[in-house]
Design a protein around this ligand. Structure first.
Ligand SMILES: Cc1cc2nc3c(=O)[nH]c(=O)nc-3n(C[C@H](O)[C@H](O)[C@H](O)COP(=O)(O)OP(=O)(O)OC[C@H]3O[C@@H](n4cnc5c(N)ncnc54)[C@H](O)[C@@H]3O)c2cc1C
Length: 383
């Protein structure tokens, strides 16, 4: 489905597909999968193509594409299983606050290398006490002349170790994020000692950023300039886009399986119950695609608040809907669905991370409520 893509966007989508099929890209992807951790080889090639941070204006190292075009790129990279697509969302979490809140100096120094992919980024938000549990965050920031001295720990951070530029989220002074600190990998006191193990096979660069008396120049503090948290919108939507890719792949694989596997010498798809489960999967996928591309188009039209609301709604609905798709895909594979050969079951487990990452549906319902002027009780200071 074209989703009203322009001719240029369709050309870009085709060229991303060709890039993924190129032997050198496939070789890099296979080396990265074998190695585990951050996919350096694929990252290098994807960066050379200008796909990383493609939505950033050219003046700051990007391609100046709109977000819709970036999503077209990201969706195709993800669909083709390019390992870089697994970490680009986390990298965007470093780019977005700089792009929308950063000063000119901060953009020149940090956004330019991030947008071109020369530097790797991460967004370190989650405190061991809980991402949304701001009052209990252990992080401290003290003033010391021209510097801030930061102590604390961030956990479950994607690209924690590889990131050259770690965007560390400060304890919100109000009830929403309003300050981040730009921390360089080589600053004394920055430790990224170990990686978390995901429940899906393979090693990921996902772990802890420890900050022990880290001196960060005051110039590295990035504060909300009035734009607010809206820039989280594209970030939430990119998680949804990853979920959609799983949903699309599950549908294609399950449809092919049910066409080929028979019952009483007729393909499984001839059973109405089977075809209805498949149709439900397709419906969930298409609703997801509509939500994502409608929301991101709102961003391109600078309707940031509307995009943000739809992005939060998407984060409520899409990962759960796709999780149901993957459940049905596993069921339709029968006993094979419970074996490692049935990729869909592993994808089902994997889809869970997209429900949890960047906050689960329950928290996003609160975000949606806030866009209607309803302040959640827990933010009013009630237990
Ligand atoms: C694959 C993956 C990648 C990640 N990458 C990053 C990253 O790059 N950077 C980063 O900083 N973090 C990252 N995270 C962490 C992730 O954002 C958090 O785990 C997630 O937002 C939930 O926060 P928590 O773990 O602190 O859960 P808690 O705050 O301990 O909450 C536990 C559960 O309680 C419920 N709950 C909590 N608060 C509320 C509320 N207000 N209303 C209703 N229910 C609530 C929810 O069900 C929630 O899942 C990643 C996580 C995963 C799984």
């Amino acid at each position: 489905m074209s989703y009203f893509l322009t001719e240029e966007q369709q050309l870009i989508r085709n060229s991303v597909r060709e890039f993924c099929l190129d032997p050198s890209t496939r070789q890099a992807a296979s080396a990265d999968r074998k190695q585990g951790g951050f996919p350096y080889e694929s990252w290098k090639l994807v960066a050379e193509k200008g796909y990383i941070g493609a939505y950033v204006p050219e003046a700051y190292g990007g391609q100046g594409y709109d977000f819709t075009t970036y999503f077209v790129i990201l969706e195709m990279l993800s669909k083709m299983g390019n390992p870089a697509s697994m970490v680009m969302g986390a990298h965007d979490l470093a780019i977005l606050p700089l792009l929308y809140w950063g000063t000119e100096e901060q953009k020149k120094k940090y956004l330019v290398p991030l947008a071109s992919g020369k530097a790797i980024g991460c967004g370190a938000v989650t405190d061991p006490a809980g991402l949304n549990n701001y009052p209990e965050w252990g992080m401290t920031v003290a003033e010391d002349g021209d510097d801030f001295v930061i102590n604390g720990t961030k956990v479950l951070v994607t690209n924690a170790h590889a990131a050259d530029i770690k965007i560390v989220f400060g304890k919100p002074s109000g009830s929403y994020f309003d300050t981040v600190y730009i921390v360089e990998k080589d600053m004394p006191g920055v430790e990224t000692g170990f990686n978390e193990q995901k429940i899906v096979p393979g090693k990921a660069d996902w772990g802890t950023v420890n900050l022990k008396n880290v001196k960060v120049p005051k110039a590295n503090r990035v504060v909300d300039n009035g734009f607010g948290m809206y820039w989280f919108g594209p970030s939430f939507l990119s998680v949804c886009l990853s979920a959609l890719t799983l949903g699309d792949t599950a549908f294609e694989k399950t449809l092919a399986f049910c066409k080929q596997r028979t019952r009483y010498e007729r393909p499984l798809v001839d059973l109405q119950a089977v075809s209805h489960r498949l149709v439900n999967m397709a419906i969930n996928n298409e609703i997801s695609r509509n939500l994502i591309y409608n929301a991101i188009r709102l961003w391109d039209e600078q309707r940031y608040e509307e995009c943000y609301r739809l992005a939060c709604m998407s984060k409520v609905w899409i990962p759960e809907a796709i999780n149901k798709n993957l459940h049905d895909a596993a069921i339709l594979h029968g006993g094979i669905g419970f074996t490692p050969q049935a990729l869909v079951s592993m994808m089902w487990v994997s889809s869970l991370q997209l429900e949890i990452a960047e906050m689960p549906a329950d928290v996003h319902r609160d975000f949606v409520a806030e866009t209607y002027g309803i302040k959640p009780g827990w933010k009013n200071g009630r237990p």
